[in-house]
Design a protein around this ligand. Structure first.
Ligand code: AMP
Length: 162
């Protein structure tokens, strides 16, 4: 369990650490892989969500899976990617949250994943929570904890050199 004082500081105004769906780059499963490749190259991210026509979260597409597909296509030319769709290589969504205040879950997932999708109760995509936004909070916490709480070491704590 996250220490309640830490949780309170990290969780302050949770909406502000969610990157809202309307500014998250995405593709649909029916888009061609050429289109997905162009979108990923343009936005400069290595992985983005795949949504259906009703904005339900369906999967993830990454540059790595597109490159891998390309390497298995005879001739390996980028225009060959127009013969395939995102659905051919899309990755399953392994982790997501339906509440941005579920920090314990978010931090655990974030050890291995650069962003966690946020969905509503119908799995409609609401946005993402990124490592960058959470690290900004942790950075603030690390610098300001003493402004909010008195922190005194217990007797058995050996303090590191300053
Ligand atoms: P960051 O912590 O800012 O490096 O973001 C982590 C990951 O989240 C990026 O590598 C992307 O996969 C994803 N991401 C962040 N912002 C966006 C965005 N606006 N649209 C799509 N994906 C994003």
């Amino acid at each position: 369990m996250i220490d309640p004082a830490v949780a309170r500081m990290l969780r302050n105004d949770p909406k502000s650490y969610v990157i809202s769906a309307d500014i998250v780059a995405n593709v649909t499963a029916t888009n061609t892989l050429e289109h997905a490749f162009m979108v990923l190259s343009k936005v400069g991210y290595s992985r983005i969500p795949v949504l259906d026509a009703d904005d339900h979260l369906q999967g993830m597409i990454s540059l790595a899976v597109i490159t891998d597909k390309l390497l298995h296509v005879p001739g390996a030319a980028v225009d060959q990617l127009s013969n395939y769709t995102v659905a051919d290589v899309m990755l399953p969504v392994e982790h997501w949250v339906d509440d941005p205040t579920k920090l314990e879950t978010i931090l655990n997932y974030m050890i291995n994943e650069p962003f966690i999708p946020l969905v509503d109760e119908h799995k409609v995509f609401q946005g993402i929570i990124t490592r960058r936004e959470i690290l900004k909070r942790i950075n603030y916490l690390a610098h300001n904890l003493a402004n909010y709480y008195e922190v005194t070491p217990r007797e058995n704590v050996v303090e590191e050199d300053k």
